[in-house]
Design a protein around this ligand. Structure first.
Ligand SMILES: [Zn+2]
Length: 142
């Protein structure tokens, strides 16, 4: 996959960005021209964009459900980012359980961080708790 997903933090439009362009310049939102902040190849998305990506993605989709107040989530973040750079065939997403409460309830997220792997739009497996980048890779390929 040569492109990654990113959600504009200003207008929440879903952008697809060429990986090759990331290193040259800061990506810009196609809709509002705002700058897009990237965290490795992880896209932080809302429920609407999550569902769009789930429908479109051809490869596996990983989602890290997290919240700001959660210490283990914050320590997991950098490892998850590292894993996103090491596993280019998967789509790495992050969903804030505080702002996307309905989706989190619908998926039965109890403890966070919780990582869920989707293939062909369906949940394949989930893992509670923080993982190392290496463990994320194993979880993905298990
Ligand atoms: Zn925008």
């Amino acid at each position: 996959m040569e492109k990654i997903y990113a959600e504009c933090s200003k207008c929440h439009a879903l952008n697809k960005i060429d990986k090759s362009k990331i290193s040259d310049k800061v990506p810009v939102c196609g809709k509002c021209q705002g700058t897009i902040e990237l965290h490795g190849h992880v896209a932080e998305v809302n429920t609407n964009n999550f569902q769009k990506i789930l429908q479109k993605a051809e490869g596996p989709v990983l989602v890290d459900f997290w919240a700001n107040w959660c210490g283990p989530c914050r320590s997991y973040g950098p490892e998850y980012q590292k894993a996103s750079l090491q596993n280019p065939d998967a789509v790495f997403l992050k969903i804030n359980t505080e702002s996307e409460q309905q989706l989190s309830a619908q998926l039965g997220i109890r403890g966070i961080p919780c990582t869920i792997l989707f293939k062909n739009g369906k949940e394949v497996r989930r893992q509670s708790g923080a993982m190392s980048a290496e463990q994320v890779k194993m979880f993905l390929n298990q």
